[in-house]
Design a protein around this ligand. Structure first.
Ligand code: PMP
Length: 417
């Protein structure tokens, strides 16, 4: 038989990746997910705290609306920027919640929130531009900045006693004459940090002073238990220079639907829509009618989801804060916890984040991500953190899984120092 292996000895054309591919990163969270799935397939009981996905189905009225749309023949291409009723509904919803005025012209529907990151960078960033981004943070920022020839400049978060706070001093310190863009993820993955109004004021001042364009990743804007979210776009002068990353994934439990939007000034939104033309022509036509129902219909589904998530958060916090060497703030938004486990890592004699993750996965079946799945640790970082997503586990799983986690740490004899 003619095999590829035989051919490989002969010179000939083979696949050689483009140079830029060496700069393309990934989301290692998905590798943790695959590892946990493999263990579960072997019959191990696994408690899945690794992925920001939901074990709550999309609400029934949304599914009904999509099914109706498909029966009504919404199976063709649609407008490149998405269907007009959805763009209008998004403009109205986002304007009202942020006290600003957008119209449908300022909205380009996307196949998820994630594509907004790459499209915004390609629309606004030149080769060699410096882009400030959060680290720890969503790993796609640095990946895509570098992929398209920019320079990714990290800023961090500080422990402010009862919450994490964005390190605004670090943002200021890292600005150079080449800095042109800033990525902000208020209501932050993974720390759940949220800016105070004064912190948002300060960031807006910095953006204006240094003439920075801003991507405001608002994936978790509506995922909150108390209080109200604020957006940088509501600060004077900021709407003109900011693109909002909007997503249906989290608030409406629609991760697999792949629907989000870029919302911002028409000139950049038009470029992003031109990228739609080049890449996917348009977002999925009939799915947009499900999203329209999500935005404009009965909000019982999202409200019930938030109540369930709050119960899970509280159950997880109770156990974590009762575990030796573990300390965790109480966030009012996102569905992530970012406990400081420095003491527990030391107690177990682990060499670092990955060692601790593997040990606990092996001994307890609790699968989680660590700080290292959200960027490289800074040289001066001495603490260890985990990221626990409670969106994909039941309260019973939290009690059982984190109960085993606590019992394991409780029973550990302090390591020799
Ligand atoms: N931004 C942040 C901060 C996220 O956590 C996520 C999802 N994990 C996204 C954007 C993208 O989500 P999606 O593409 O599902 O809208």
């Amino acid at each position: 038989m003619h095999s590829l292996a035989e051919d490989s000895t002969a010179p000939g054309p083979g696949f050689v990746p483009a140079d830029r591919v060496t700069r393309l990163g990934t989301e290692t969270v998905f590798a943790v997910s695959a590892e946990a799935a493999a263990l579960a397939a072997q019959g191990r009981t696994i408690y899945p705290f690794h992925l920001g996905d939901l074990n709550i189905p999309t609400a029934e009225p949304i599914v009904v609306a999509m099914n109706k749309a498909i029966r009504d023949g919404k199976t063709t291409y649609c407008a490149n920027a998405g269907v007009m009723p959805l763009r209008e509904a998004l403009a109205a919803d986002v304007s009202a919640a942020r006290s600003v005025a957008y119209t449908a012209d300022d909205v380009s529907v996307q196949p998820g929130g994630k594509p907004v990151i790459g499209k915004w960078l390609m629309a606004a960033m030149n080769m060699g531009d410096e882009v400030l981004y959060p680290n720890p943070g969503f790993p796609i920022y640095a990946s895509f900045i570098e992929f398209v020839g920019g320079v990714a400049v990290p800023y961090g978060y500080v422990d402010a006693g009862d919450r994490y706070a964005i390190d605004i001093d670090a943002i200021e310190r890292r600005i150079t004459p080449r800095t042109r863009l800033l990525i902000l993820n208020d209501l932050h993955n993974p720390t759940a940090a949220e800016c105070t109004p004064e912190e948002l004021d300060r960031i807006a001042e910095i953006a204006l002073k240094h003439d920075l364009l801003v991507l405001s990743d608002e994936a978790y804007f509506d995922v909150r238990f108390a209080g109200a979210s604020e957006s940088i776009v509501s600060r004077p002068g900021m709407q003109e220079r900011t693109v909002i990353l909007y997503t249906f994934s989290k608030k409406y439990a629609m991760t697999g639907w792949r629907l989000g939007a870029a919302i911002g000034p028409k000139p950049i939104i038009d470029i992003i829509t031109k990228m739609n033309v080049n890449m996917e022509s348009c977002p999925n036509h009939f799915a947009q009618y499900g999203a329209l129902e999500a935005l404009t219909g009965d909000q019982t589904g999202p409200r019930e989801m938030m109540a369930r998530l709050e119960g899970r958060r509280d159950a997880a916090l109770r156990i974590l804060n009762d575990t030796p060497g573990v300390r965790c703030h109480t966030p009012e938004s996102t569905f992530y916890l970012y406990p400081d486990v420095t003491g527990a890592v030391r107690l177990t004699g682990c060499a670092g984040h990955e060692d601790f993750r593997r040990l606990l996965l092996d001994k307890t079946g609790v699968s989680f991500c660590t700080r290292l799945h959200f960027g490289k640790a800074a040289p001066d970082e001495t603490e260890y953190h985990l990221r626990l997503a409670y969106s994909g586990v039941t309260t019973a799983q939290i009690e059982e899984g984190l109960g085993a986690f606590k019992a394991f740490i409780d029973s550990t004899e302090p390591a020799e120092s």
